[in-house]
Design a protein around this ligand. Structure first.
Ligand code: AMP
Ligand code: ZN
Ligand code: FE
Ligand code: FE
Length: 283
């Protein structure tokens, strides 16, 4: 069984509509995908209906924008009740933070000699309910300021670059608690990718497992090299934490993240489903 538990649709910053993403999953031979859009469940209904048509199991998920000491941390939630009031309220606040930062980002870009209109960004966001830096990057590409999303992030939009503007994100323990209270399973996405290892050292991850019941970490992810995966897997095995593997597919928006390029073991998936079942979630 081939299982990819981290994918994005055009409801956030992926480029495939939810139904197209699921059709693509079928065509690359996946049996299970989780739709994990940023800070929203909006694509889930369409993805599930497509899954029934093409014979792909769609697990409900999301990728929550969290933070630790001001540094961004992504927390994947699986099997949450998508109608959970407390979780929906937290997601609305996160999306409001995304919208609210846009004027400041556009002002920063204009100061840097790269004026863009809010309309241009909105056009690239299209159907997205979660507005992200990738949509700004797409508008920068269209204006000819950069060649692609990667260059936009590397030169301007990444956390340590001149056009970065911070936004509200929820503390990691709170994200874990909200996911659990909604019946779900919490997994830290790409914990040691893109230089994050220093921000999220082992003792901190250990504390989140011991004190907050963090369920697991994403190990097999395109942003993790071989040595990183080995170290993270060794830590997880000492703690009894789940270790997932996933593509973090964004459609055409990210190279290196082909759907199904990384997958999760069936035994891990069974454990994840059992946890959702115990918590009364919606697998
Ligand atoms: P935001 O949601 O606005 O914080 O933007 C973060 C999103 O941008 C991530 O989820 C990725 O999809 C994308 N992203 C982050 N860093 C990079 C990068 N260096 N190159 C390309 N895309 C990136
Ligand atoms: Zn993304
Ligand atoms: Fe992420
Ligand atoms: Fe992601």
């Amino acid at each position: 069984m081939r299982i990819d538990l981290h994918t994005h649709s055009s409801v956030s910053d992926g480029t495939d509509a939810p139904a197209d993403l699921v059709a693509k999953a079928s065509s690359v031979g996946l049996d299970v995908i989780a739709l994990t859009d940023h800070d929203t469940f909006d694509g889930l209904g369409a993805a599930r209906r497509a899954g029934e048509r093409v014979g792909v199991r769609v697990v409900g998920g999301l990728e929550m924008s969290a933070e630790r000491a001001g540094a961004s941390v992504h927390v994947l939630g699986y099997g949450c009740d998508p109608g959970d009031a407390a979780l929906l309220e937290a997601l609305a606040r996160l999306r409001a933070g995304r919208d609210g930062r846009l004027p400041a980002m556009l002002a920063r870009l204009a100061e840097l000699g790269m004026p863009l209109s809010a309309e241009a960004v909105a056009r690239h966001a299209g159907p997205a309910v979660s507005l992200g830096r990738p949509h700004v990057a797409d508008a920068m590409v269209e204006a000819g300021y950069v060649a692609d999303r990667t260059e936009a992030f590397d030169r301007w939009l990444a956390e340590d670059k001149p056009a970065y503007v911070t936004r509200y994100a929820c503390p990691v323990p709170q994200a874990i608690d909200l996911i659990h209270a909604a019946g779900g399973v919490a997994v830290i996405a790409h914990p040691w990718g893109r230089g994050r290892r220093g921000t999220l050292p082992e003792d901190l991850l250990t504390r989140w497992v011991r004190d907050h019941g963090l369920d697991g970490v994403e190990v097999d992810h395109p942003d993790h090299d071989t040595a990183t995966r080995a170290d993270l897997r060794a830590w997880a095995s000492r703690l009894g934490a789940l270790t997932t593997g996933s593509s973090d597919h964004h459609g055409l928006g990210k190279t290196n993240n082909d759907l199904g390029c990384e997958t999760t073991d069936e035994a891990v998936f069974d454990d994840l489903l059992a946890r959702i079942d115990r918590r009364g979630g919606r697998p």
